[in-house]
Design a protein around this ligand. Structure first.
Ligand code: SF4
Length: 324
């Protein structure tokens, strides 16, 4: 039996667009097209790709903030699509999210203390008000803030402190899974490392599992056990961190890696960059065959006719490319 905390099988999410009320949909945005992955307890899976590749929609489907068009999502052994609203509410408590922009996700009219106390009260995790305040202080300490931050409003905090509050709010629900949706993209580089270190410490302390969504491979490198690369709604490569960074098999992953700066200036000067031609095509009208073929530097005739399956090329290392 699988020990996975989360299993996503053949997830599809289409959004009908345009047309107007009486005309029906004019087209379909194919945001997610048959995505399959699992995450073990205590593991971090990095989900990486350019803007519009479907990674955030995948995260939103996992959190049940979007209803999948088809596919299965199994969390802690329960298939989410078949659950009643009541059961779903309980299950959802165990999955939390940390958003990219902590400023817009925190209510500006509430103090930090109230922001953290509210979900604890609503979900009846701690009913006694004095104990709830103690829990708020404990959460602040766990994310590296002080008890006096409870009296501040979000605008009185720095970007990094606000994101710590976002992390504390997720922890307040004692989740087993946290979907981190670009949690450091809006922060200065120096602060990014602090938040990533904090997430790692909390994972070790509380046995958390993360789905860590990012648009660039350098951000997920240190925190991920495995990394999945998405392009135009599909996973094109999935491997453990070492294999992905050292022996990427898919031309898209290789292109993304070639854009990640190397700290050593000599190596940086010598390495070759793969510049992808063109833009990511529209998910309204994705290319035939391999969706990457119009931009792929090594495409052959077969690529525009046949969709490559995601195949296990080496143990644990999957790629969707005819030439891998
Ligand atoms: Fe490139 Fe063809 Fe492989 Fe797609 S299947 S990545 S187009 S070589």
């Amino acid at each position: 039996m699988s020990q996975a905390l989360l299993e996503v099988q053949d997830l599809v999410k289409h959004f009908p667009v345009g047309g107007g009320l009486l005309k029906g949909a004019a087209g379909v945005v194919r945001a997610v097209e048959g995505v399959t992955f699992s995450i073990q307890r205590g593991e971090t899976l990095g989900l990486v790709g350019e803007s519009g590749c479907g990674k955030t929609t995948t995260g939103r489907c996992v959190l049940q903030l979007e209803q999948p068009t088809s596919g299965r999502i199994v969390f802690e052994g329960a298939e989410l699509t078949g659950l009643s609203q009541d059961k779903l509410r309980t299950v959802r408590r165990h999955m939390q999210v940390i958003f990219q922009d902590p400023y817009s996700s925190l209510n500006p009219r509430m103090t930090v203390g109230d922001i953290l106390a509210e979900p604890i009260k609503v979900h009846r995790i701690v009913s006694d008000p004095a104990k709830r305040q103690a829990r708020v202080r404990e959460l602040l300490e766990q994310v590296g803030l002080h008890a006096q931050h409870a009296r501040r409003y979000p605008h009185q905090l720095s970007g990094g402190q606000r994101q710590r509050v976002g992390v504390a709010r997720a922890l307040a629900m004692q989740p087993s899974l946290i979907v981190c949706d670009e949690p450091v993209s809006a922060l200065d580089v120096s602060i990014q490392a602090q938040i990533i270190n904090l997430l790692e410490e909390l994972q070790a302390r509380f046995g958390l599992t993360y789905l860590f969504i990012a648009h660039d491979l350098s951000v997920v490198r240190h925190i991920s056990d495995r990394v999945a690369v998405m392009y135009l709604g599909r996973i094109v490569e999935l491997a453990d961190r070492q294999s992905l960074y050292d022996e990427a098999l898919h031309p898209y992953t290789r292109a993304l890696l070639s854009a990640v700066p190397i700290p050593d200036p000599k190596l940086e000067a010598r390495r070759e960059r793969t510049v992808l031609r063109g833009e990511v095509p529209s998910p309204l009208n994705p290319p035939s065959g391999c969706v990457f073929h119009p931009r792929c530097p090594i495409a052959v005739d077969r690529c525009s006719a046949e969709i490559p399956a995601l195949r296990e090329i080496k143990p644990g290392h999957w790629a969707a490319c005819h030439l891998a």
